[in-house]
Design a protein around this ligand. Sequence first.
Ligand SMILES: Nc1ncnc2c1ncn2[C@@H]1O[C@H](COP(=O)(O)OP(=O)(O)OP(=O)(O)O)[C@@H](O)[C@H]1O
Ligand SMILES: [Mg+2]
Length: 255
Amino acid sequence: MEKNNNFINSEVSIETKTNPIIILKNVLKEYIIGDWIVRAVDHVNLSIFESEFVTIVGPSGAGKTSLLNLIGGLDSVDEGEIYNFGIKITDMSEESLALFRIFNIGFIFQNYNLISTLTAEENVIFPMMLAGMTLEERRDRASKLLEEMRLEERKEHLPFQLSAGEQQRVAIARALGNDPPIIIADEPTANLDMETAEFIAKLFKKLKESKKTLIVATHDKALIKHADRIITYKDSKIIKQDIIHDILKDNKNFK
Ligand SMILES: Nc1ncnc2c1ncn2[C@@H]1O[C@H](COP(=O)(O)OP(=O)(O)OP(=O)(O)O)[C@@H](O)[C@H]1O
Ligand SMILES: [Mg+2]
């Protein structure tokens, strides 16, 4: 396999990785509200490799959510190009992109984003319906995922009848519904109790072992300790990238 030396890193370079499956080239995203322009992503270049666990850290308002939304094709760029699996998603129509997302990307949002009128089970099943799974497959898979999330007794609950931690676990089950190769998570353990946060950190470790590509905005050390790379994002730019194993060598806090 070809070595990739395009990855530019302020601290170290990854020379042993295979080709990236996500590439951002000179990506710009601005929000215009009246006379105000907020630059959330300022000409960012980034490569993410297959089965890599990348965490993104940085202050509030830095643009982490904006960056994740662009990587996952939930929002459109103002300039630049994004490739997922070699496909230029920044050129895709909304319909094609929606279909691409259903099969390839599982999203976990900070505020869960469950559909309020659907039960836990229906929320998990919804993306599977879009992917064309049969009723039996959907029920079977939803049951297994909800069981894995320790929610088998909450299937019939509506989101408002679930605790924050339970809602996030439903959202994770939904994200895994179509077994996507890429999981994007935006502060998945923020606002959760320690036990649920630990449960989710262990789950991400398992997802890593199952070779998923994981891109997670987080400040949670329990999650960061499983990551391959930490990207520090500030003022709408990547300012630093570290390979966690190097940090492990140098920094006792991450042990
Ligand atoms: N839809 C929007 N319209 C206008 N401005 C926005 C929009 N979304 C984000 N912004 C602005 O873009 C900047 C980056 O926001 P973003 O949510 O990406 O930051 P963040 O790093 O995820 O912050 P946090 O850690 O608080 O979640 C902020 O200044 C925010 O006010
Ligand atoms: Mg955010």
